[in-house]
Design a protein around this ligand. Sequence first.
Ligand code: HEM
Ligand SMILES: *[C@@H]1O[C@H](CO)[C@@H](O)[C@H](O)[C@H]1NC(C)=O
Ligand SMILES: *[C@@H]1O[C@H](CO)[C@@H](O)[C@H](O)[C@H]1NC(C)=O
Length: 466
Amino acid sequence: MALLFYLLFWVSFSALIFIIHRTSRYRRLRLPPGNLGLPFLGETLQLISAYKTENPEPFIDERVSRFGSLFTTHVFGEPTVFSVDPETNRFILQNEGKLFESSYPSSISNLLGKHSLLLMKGSLHKKMHSLTMSFANSSIIRDHLLVDIDRLVRLNLDSWTDRVFLMEEAKKITFELTMKQLMSFDPGEWTEGLRKEYLLVIEGFFTVPLPIFSTTYRRAIKARTKVAEALSLIVRQRRRESEAGERKNDMLEALLSADDGGFSDEEIVDFLVALLVAGYETTSTIMTLAVKFLTETPLALAQLKEEHEGIRAKKSEGEALKWSDYKSMPFTQCVVNETLRVANIISGVFRRAMTDINIKGYTIPKGWKVFASFRAVHLDHDHFKDARTFNPWRWQTANVFTPFGGGPRLCPGYELARVELSVFLHHLVTSFSWTPAEEDKLVFFPTTRTRKRYPINVHRRNHVKS
Ligand code: HEM
Ligand SMILES: *[C@@H]1O[C@H](CO)[C@@H](O)[C@H](O)[C@H]1NC(C)=O
Ligand SMILES: *[C@@H]1O[C@H](CO)[C@@H](O)[C@H](O)[C@H]1NC(C)=O
């Protein structure tokens, strides 16, 4: 009863604040048109229910047709301006740190740790972003990472029996790759144990972030502590080794031996946790969805197979892929782009206006949230003909396309993710044929995924040629 009273009080109190706000300060400004919905809740429920279906577009489509490509709504507790205009999105991405800054709810920052790249600002962000970029740039992938990507993907596929949940396998692969790349760990019981904890942390990102209400969130915070403890041990040990002149070639080494020498263990752990988070769901989901879309588009799958069998035919049995092989997969690259475009794992990015911003004849008030929607651009018929169909052949001509963001926060893993997906597809199509074990559907909230983890029945193929 007391709780109910409290809730009622809170809802009406925030409604009041909201109305006062709306009428005083913003009357003078020309806000992008739109509808703020209910007090407090705004249009959050409409947004969530749209994204829980297979077709989330109506939420944005309806508003674009009423208000245009820049509109105001109110989601997740705050008024938010949505942009579905490529030019405006570019402007938002490029002006990161000047007019806009990235903004995550405190529930997420608690799970990431305060020294995560995603939360850094200003010159520290600039420095760490370029360090991260150089850790995964194409020459590093070519010279160091590719050989392990090839080996670990193959190792995982070798363990497949008749029926696998593709989403689960893709997650395992991605985690193992990241552990190898960050700290030179080969898969084993230790990494698998860490992954179990880590999964609990990830769940925390997508629940109600109130520890009093959500056991999932409480459990996530606990698991986060465990993951941090496990990683701290590694960091300490590696620091000793590094000081003794025993150097490995990985991200952790780069952090331990950064020029000014000065990252604390805690900073390094937060940094590693964030990289694990950023690459995990994204890359594994894109692996799964590439297979789903290909399965549903037999002509594309046939052409992809032909490309990879051509590469395999020039190699001896079990010979690893080289950079030159990766560079001779033109159709695969079309498949990668088309999968990224249709799936839109990261549907867009949230920013906060650092000052009043005038754009397209409107003002976005200082402190307001902005959402640059990539999905809406990628699925817009004006930019991509028949935009909602998976059609890899369309990439023979390029277009407005930002699956990895842009500007100062451009995804440092953009090439790495492409290579991992390409190598995965290579070994998949040359080693197996498969059929979906059940019908499975896409959903977009809280993350883009398929409902049933995409179960498939797999059949090992006899080797094409040795
Ligand atoms: C298909 C796979 C992936 C997609 C679609 C993707 C997408 C994105 C996007 C859109 C951003 C920009 C966020 C923003 O502007 O606020 C981003 C940032 C980031 N990504 Fe990725 N990513 C992928 C894979 C990876 C991988 C494999 C890594 C591991 C190296 C990674 C590491 C990061 C990091 C550390 C950031 C934060 C950059 C910053 O805030 O400066 N991502 N990613
Ligand atoms: C990649 O990063 C390394 C340092 O980690 C640097 O020496 C190299 O020049 C970079 N390569 C490219 C293509 O940017
Ligand atoms: C795929 O998209 C990237 C941009 O992320 C672009 O640079 C590249 O040319 C595209 N690839 C193809 C084959 O069109």
